[in-house]
Design a binder for this molecule. Structure first.
Ligand SMILES: [Zn+2]
Length: 158
């Protein structure tokens, strides 16, 4: 996993962070004001900074920093993919918890019966779970909607 770039966004880019996670990139959101503290953290965790703050004191930062200009999550994700030439790989989609940024683990169907809606349990055979918040993920409407959103942006997983 370390071969893939990891990101940290400022709080105004939380939606972008979710999309990056959905596409398989380890991305944390810095809750404070984008500034020196965020740069120190990015440096310690070897993360690329994505920010909208134009006057970021970036000269003191040795790592990579990118100033995001897109106004909405759609144009922002497109922008970041282009800027970093990110490859969108099918196998990495939906592999990270959108809430916690933790890598999801496969979980046996028998184990989820009481935690997913009955119609889901009847129709879906594969489940993943977040080891942190325990949220269970499966192929469903959310995934389809997300893929349609990406399709409209001409982002095609390969
Ligand atoms: Zn989680």
């Amino acid at each position: 996993m370390s071969e893939y770039p990891r990101y940290i966004t400022d709080a105004s880019l939380a939606k972008l962070a979710k999309w990056l996670r959905l596409l398989g990139w380890n991305t944390t959101v810095f809750s404070g004001k984008a500034g020196r503290k965020m740069m120190r953290l990015a440096d310690a965790e070897k993360r690329i900074i994505l920010t909208r703050r134009q006057d970021m004191p970036a000269r003191q930062f040795a790592g990579k920093l990118y100033l995001v200009t897109g106004k909405d999550a759609g144009s922002q994700i497109k922008e970041v993919i282009t800027k970093f030439s990110l490859k969108i790989e099918k196998q990495r989609l939906f592999s990270i918890c959108l809430r916690c940024n933790e890598r999801l683990l496969p979980v046996a169907k028998e184990g989820v019966k009481n935690f997913v809606p009955p119609y889901v349990f009847a129709n879906c055979g594969e489940y993943n779970q977040c080891p942190c918040c325990r949220k269970i993920y499966w192929q469903g409407t959310h995934e389809r909607n997300s893929l349609q959103f990406l399709e409209r942006l001409s982002i095609t997983p390969s």
